[in-house]
Design a protein around this ligand. Structure first.
Ligand code: 13P
Ligand code: SF4
Length: 378
């Protein structure tokens, strides 16, 4: 089935009043008609109704590998957040893939443009460039390797590509930092201070060697000149508003109430939680850890609510708790619902792709350098 090029775009509003059953049926109909030309990717934090329609689901690293490997698909509909769709556009449309497809681009769609990541928004390219210029007055920035967490805008990935740096995800942060220290003396890590700190502590780097750079501070990111000169890893002052809700007192409360319980957290959690947890890892690793556990294992899991609830229903033989008395969910991931998915798919099929994510050529070129470095790190 080919995609039509001329017909009126459908408005979103009527989709919002449709029942989920109707939306699901229409989504499946589009999937059948478009067949292998369409790839729906879903991040593990998506709600169950949406995940049910994804061809592939994964953590950020797995999803970027899937986008990079896509073969005959022409459309990727990304059920995740903005930086993930940008990464998919860069990887699915890299020069070797375009050559394989006679220059035909893969159209990447984010069903709701408001699905951003508040952490990614904590580092803007202008701020990072200003910080880099300020640092260069104190230290030799040719020996600083910039490392951006994949949860960042493409412009930051391009910055890393241009300056000998690299991208990391929560599943490869240690290997990436080792790669960086083979090539430089210091790392500038953005935007998530917690992933940067937790990973570096595990490599023997101390908190004294990790000043936090506040882009809103008057001078030196809020540090003394000496702190910057003594640094090994300069951490950006960014965080995930979901994961910072998990506290050490929640860990203590679960351990007291449920002897033998294991604490499993995402490395975006603050150091005080991360270092007392039993296990930690990316969303993919969290899933794998639960899948491999014996029946009867008790868990308190510190990551986004939708994933923890899905683990609970998929593993009734284990006792799974959410590691917080308050609801911590990623409100932006949650913006992708069946109405937006159905609306974007029907428009795509009708030849009026909505919410297309297309990164400009210059940003793509340099982001790709940093992303390919990451994909090669083992
Ligand atoms: P993962 O790469 O572990 O899936 O994490 C993505 C994310 O946004 C976590 O907050
Ligand atoms: Fe961003 Fe946090 Fe949501 Fe992940 S959970 S997408 S880091 S806001």
């Amino acid at each position: 089935m080919s995609v039509a090029t001329e017909s009126a775009p459908f408005e979103l509003a009527p989709y919002k009043s449709l029942e989920n059953d109707e939306l699901s049926k229409r989504i499946e109909d589009v999937r059948k008609r478009l067949g292998s030309k369409l790839l729906i990717l879903g991040h593990h934090y998506q709600q169950d109704e949406v995940i049910a329609h994804s061809d592939l689901r994964g953590d950020s690293y797995q999803l970027s590998q899937m986008a990079a490997a896509s073969t005959d698909c022409r459309y990727i509909v990304f059920c995740g957040v903005h930086f993930m769709a940008e990464t998919a556009d860069i990887l699915a449309n890299r020069p070797e893939k375009l050559a394989e497809r006679d220059s035909a681009r893969v159209t990447v769609v984010l069903p709701d443009m408001a699905a951003g990541c508040s952490m990614a928004d904590m580092a803007a390219i202008e701020q990072v460039e200003d910080a880099w210029a300020d640092m260069s007055e104190l230290i030799d920035t040719s020996r600083v390797i910039p490392v951006t967490y994949i949860n960042s805008a493409a412009s930051l990935k391009a910055f890393c590509g241009r300056h000998g740096g690299i991208v990391c995800t929560s599943s490869n942060a240690r290997a990436v930092l080792e790669w960086a220290f083979e090539r430089g003396d210091r790392v500038l890590f953005f935007p998530d201070q917690h992933l940067g700190r937790n990973t570096s502590l595990g490599m023997g780097i101390t908190n004294e060697q990790m000043p936090v750079w506040d882009p809103y501070a008057d001078e030196n990111g809020g540090n003394s000149e000496q702190q910057i000169r003594d640094s090994k890893v300069i951490l950006w002052k960014g965080h995930c508003s979901v994961h910072q809700m998990f506290r050490p007192e929640h860990v203590a409360m679960f351990r007291e109430k449920h002897p033998g319980i294991k604490i499993l957290v995402h490395p975006e959690c603050p150091q005080e939680v991360f270092e007392i947890a039993d296990e930690a890892g990316s969303t993919g690793k969290i899933i794998q850890t639960v899948q491999n556990a014996e029946p009867g294992t008790k868990w308190a899991i510190g990551t986004e609510l939708h994933l923890v609830n899905r683990l609970k229903s998929e593993h009734p033989d284990q006792e799974i708790h959410f590691l917080s008395p308050v609801i911590c969910m990623c409100a932006t991931m949650y913006r992708i619902d069946l109405a937006h998915l159905c609306w974007s798919l029907e428009n795509l099929e009708a030849g009026h792709a909505v919410n297309v994510i297309e990164v400009d050529d210059e940003t793509t070129k340099w982001s790709l350098v940093a992303l390919e470095r990451m994909l090669q790190v083992k």
